[in-house]
Design a protein around this ligand. Structure first.
Ligand SMILES: NC(=O)c1ccc[n+]([C@@H]2O[C@H](COP(=O)([O-])OP(=O)(O)OC[C@H]3O[C@@H](n4cnc5c(N)ncnc54)[C@H](O)[C@@H]3O)[C@@H](O)[C@H]2O)c1
Length: 294
């Protein structure tokens, strides 16, 4: 399988390390293991790793139960997937490292820095950031030309899109390898220039934040605002339900960043209601309540 940028040579990948085993990390590990990559999943919280492996098992079983996956493919995926209790151990044999830790620049920079020290010098370092500047995450790392954005969508084992974000320094063979990897894990890739919010978060957040402002102003109920977009515009899910699924804390971090990073920052100013719900620990599906009860 080759992608549209296949004139550049590909870096061989057999082992993937996924750092951060939360909402996104467990899904990324799922699709990597299912595609036959040896996959190591690490989190600072060992309890999260155990829970994440359990979720992958459950989601694979759901695929079998729905007739979408052979039982043998599920068994093979589970054989390819292992938890790791140490970042260096997870990265040591990996040719591709994908970080999915919380959306904080200094944290991502630190995690990829430690991954760079543990993995070989040609290992690709990918970030699942939803909005942060790839060049700033890569700044100061050894071989910053191997850093690239791989923006997955939630739930990762179901959503088809992989937004590949290319910094000015990203090497052509790194881009070609990641697009090829995207095809192998059954994703459709788009290639987007490194700019705040890329294509998807910038567009999605404008609608998501406006829906929250409308709820705040009593324009309609959460259900009716969501129906405005599902029934009126054919969106598969309303913007408030989607915010619950993404995580209110995740969306707040992105809004805070885009409100300062883009010239159009005013569109991204976080609504008070979003800040209040996050302060109350109402983070959406993962905490049991956001705009809806789960
Ligand atoms: N939630 C979404 O729908 C979504 C979609 C696309 C991209 N993203 C992006 O993916 C990234 C992760 O988001 P998430 O929703 O999975 O967050 P999450 O809070 O569900 O998971 C993050 C995990 O990282 C772990 N972690 C924290 N520090 C760590 C470290 N130093 N090393 C290893 N693990 C560490 C945490 O324990 C947690 O389990 C963020 O950059 C976010 O913007 C999220």
């Amino acid at each position: 399988m080759t992608g549209p940028t296949s004139t550049a040579s590909l870096r061989p990948i057999s082992t993937v390390a996924v750092l951060g085993a939360g909402t996104m990390g467990h899904g990324i590990a799922h699709v990597c293991a299912l595609a036959g990559y040896t996959t190591l999943l690490f989190d600072v919280d060992p309890g999260v790793v155990g829970a994440a492996l359990g979720k992958v098992d459950k989601n694979l079983q759901a695929g079998v139960d729905k007739g979408k996956l052979e039982a043998t493919a599920r068994a093979r995926a589970l054989e390819h997937l292992r938890g790791a209790t140490d970042l260096a151990q997870a990265c040591a044999g990996a040719q591709l490292v994908i970080e999915a830790v919380p959306e904080r620049l200094e944290l991502k920079h630190d995690v990829l820095g430690r991954a760079a020290a543990a993995a070989g010098p040609t290992a690709i370092l990918a970030t699942n950031t939803s909005s942060l500047c790839i060049a700033r995450i890569a700044a100061g790392l050894p071989h910053p030309d191997r850093v690239i954005g791989t923006h997955f969508f939630n739930p990762v084992h179901i959503m088809k899109l992989l937004e590949v974000v290319v910094a000015e320094a990203t090497a052509p063979d790194v881009l070609a390898t990641v697009v090829d990897f995207g095809a192998r894990i059954a994703k459709e890739c788009i290639t987007i220039k490194d700019s705040p919010g890329f294509a998807t978060s910038r567009l999605g957040l404008v609608i998501g934040l406006e829906a929250i402002r409308m709820l705040e102003q009593g324009v309609g109920s959460a259900e009716d605002i969501d129906k405005a977009m599902t029934l009126g515009y054919g969106f598969p899910m309303g913007p408030l339900r989607l915010t619950d699924l993404v995580g209110l804390d995740v969306r707040l971090s992105i809004a805070e960043y885009l409100s300062t990073a883009l010239a159009e920052g005013a569109h991204f100013r976080p609504p008070k209601l979003l800040r209040d719900l996050v302060a109350q620990g109402k983070l959406g599906k993962k905490s049991g309540e956001g705009f809806y009860r789960w």
